[in-house]
Design a protein around this ligand. Sequence first.
Ligand code: ACO
Length: 312
Amino acid sequence: MANEEFSTYLDTSDEWIRSHTGIGFRHIAEPTTATSDLAVEAARKVLSKAGLPPEEVDLVLVATATGDFLGFPSVACIVQDRIGAKKAAAMDVGAGCTGFIYALETARCFVLSGGARNVLVIGAETLSRITNWQDRNTCVLFGDGAGAALVSADGSGTNRGIISSVLRADGSGAELLSRPEGGTRFPFTDRVVDPVATYLKMDGRQVYNFAVKVVSEGIVNIMETNHLCINDIAWIVPHQANVRIIEAAAKRSKLPIEKFFMNIEEYANTSAASIPIALSEMSEKGLLKSGDLVVTFGFGAGLTYGGNLIRW
Ligand code: ACO
């Protein structure tokens, strides 16, 4: 869906959206497609690429803020059944847009502890379902999508995979990005007063300030903790929320903007799916070489933030 479609019914323009966010398009799922449908497709692709039979998956993790159902069952259980991962445990990871980063670290800990050999990690969202399409402050920002990774104990001694992660939260900002009603605080009743209150609501300016601070400090923190400098890093893959956030964070941390991968123009903000979609696209375009060090960094609802250091 191109930006121009919004100007047919809202007071906005392609020029405003591009200049304030860097977004040109977003992909919107068919009305009959739910988050698990996108997740299943991503899961099948990654298993086929890795040549791993679904029976050998020990754990399915789905990072999402837009489950098929409210609360339960999890998207992960639906995926587990549909792909035939008969021996797998399954659970969702709810950390907003930082979900994939949290899920990768969860997978790493399961593998390191010996609790699992193969963990399927998926980021999948249909944000179009919880977007208020009449609110120009938010509806132009989001899109639908999914991406997946397989985290395995391959024992080949190649030292590839997730080297370390930093995961953080600041729940004092919980109300800055939320779906105010429909949960147990303000449950649905047979007299739901305001359906709009079940949609995503955001204080964009406050989230912007938070994001610039945590992204700029967090990436430097990951490099320092691992005794690395920017020349050691092939790519920084930030959560694709807004080009201006990424540019401001790069400037503040004095990191070269060329190191930051961005594909937000095509997909907009796909929340927990944005980093796996970015990694997948980079891989397909041949931008990632075996042995490259990659830093991911995300932020989002919760508020949550964090990043992974990955050897590709
Ligand atoms: N078209 C035209 N005008 C708009 C639009 C639009 N789509 N959206 C907002 N405006 C207007 C506002 O109404 C406001 O008008 P006013 O001054 O008359 O009230 C004006 O633009 C300026 O509003 P600001 O909020 O100051 O605009 P800003 O330059 O800060 O950009 C934005 C807004 C893009 C939302 C920015 O604050 C931002 O990127 N915030 C972070 C959002 C984000 O990344 N969220 C997701 C993170 S977590 C997750 O991924 C779920």
